[in-house]
Design a protein around this ligand. Structure first.
Ligand code: PBG
Ligand code: ZN
Length: 337
């Protein structure tokens, strides 16, 4: 393809052409909105590093969930802030735990909205790690039992899908097994298959009050330098019965999203995490970027990389922009025509 016979700009010259040859699209159907459910009543506390995102008590969660449902967002993913934490994260698998109560309220009041639950221990343990501590580190196999119990308690409360985020080996199989034994063979597992030990989780740990009280998560979350290991991790989860595989964080790991898309014939999800959200919000507030435009461009980058689903704190804003007929290509506030 040589100039001047070929001119790349011809097909870009009119919006109608750009629309016709656009390769990637974004829809509200792609979005999953994370929510933080806090024990108590009348709570609506904004996360200081995540403007627009709140810790909320159940009645406020229900109200916001209704709004998401009306915007056409198909699903939320729930994180819990329990009344009490302990060494074994008891609230995580209690029948009357914060998440179990939230699921029941949501399924009763907004039944059309899919409720996905984050299955992990770190929000419920007093030490803030994602499992049981033995000899100063998280013990894999004893944690599996608790994760399985937690997933089952979510299903019993009415969850539509469970999403283990702990990074223990064998958790997908353990969860699949207990769900099947209890008649929940139709509840899908969305596995946080490839989850990196990332600095981008900082604001989330404020939101979920889940900062590890000693050490870090590098003995269970993945090394940011590794790509081949990501394929091995996901392979394990696929063989153990994962229905959807997730990559997390999103923007700094788009190459891994593409790797998953090429390697596996399963839906791929990407988690656009708290730090990614906070950076856009901060730059937007400073007037350094056109915030709406950057949000939409970021969403499109996930789809282009191969993601089918996007877990994002921007879900509400994105849904609203989509309903307004927002088009990336027309969003020029830079002065260009
Ligand atoms: C807990 C969990 C984390 C996130 C989702 N589930 C944080 C962590 O591993 O410390 C991060 C989400 C975000 O940053 O938005 N296992
Ligand atoms: Zn965790």
């Amino acid at each position: 393809m040589f100039f001047p016979t070929f001119r790349a700009r011809r097909i870009r010259s009119k919006e109608v052409f750009r629309r016709m040859v656009r390769e990637t699209s974004l829809s509200v159907d792609d979005l999953i909105y994370p929510m933080f459910s806090a024990f108590g009543k009348g709570i609506r506390k904004e996360i200081s590093s995540m403007p627009g995102i709140y810790q909320q008590s159940i009645e406020n969660i229900v109200e916001e969930a209704q709004e998401l449902y009306e915007l056409g967002v198909p699903a939320v993913i729930l994180f819990g802030i329990p009344e009490k934490k302990d060494a074994v994260g008891s609230d995580a698998y209690s029948e009357t735990g914060i998440i179990q109560e939230t699921i029941r309220a949501l399924k009763k009041q907004v039944p059309g909205l899919a409720v996905i639950t984050d299955v992990c221990m770190c929000e419920y343990t007093d030490h803030g790690h994602c499992g049981i501590i033995k000899d100063g580190d998280v013990d894999n196999d004893s944690t599996l039992e608790l994760l399985a119990k937690e997933a089952l308690s979510h299903a019993l409360a009415g969850a539509d899908m469970v999403a283990p985020s702990d990074m223990m080996d064998g958790r997908v199989a353990a969860i699949r097994e207990i769900l099947d034994e209890n008649g929940f063979n139709n509840i899908p597992v969305m596995s946080y298959a490839v989850k990196y030990a990332s600095g981008y989780y900082g604001p989330f740990r404020e939101a979920a009050e889940s900062t590890p009280q000693f050490g870090d998560r590098r003995s269970y979350q993945m090394d940011p330098a590794n790509r081949l290991e990501a394929v091995r991790e996901a392979q394990m989860d696929v063989e153990e019965g994962a229905d959807i595989i997730m990559v997390k964080p999103g923007l700094p790991y788009l190459d891994i999203v593409r790797e998953m898309r090429n390697e596996f014939n399963l839906p791929v999800a990407v988690y656009n995490v708290s730090g990614e959200y906070s950076m856009i919000k901060a730059a937007g507030k400073m007037g350094w970027i056109d915030e709406d435009r950057v949000i939409m461009e970021t969403m499109l980058s996930f789809k282009r990389a191969g993601a089918d689903l996007i877990l994002t704190y921007h879900a509400k804003e994105v849904a609203k922009l989509l309903h307004k007929g927002y088009e990336i290509s027309r969003a020029s506030r830079c002065g260009c025509p």
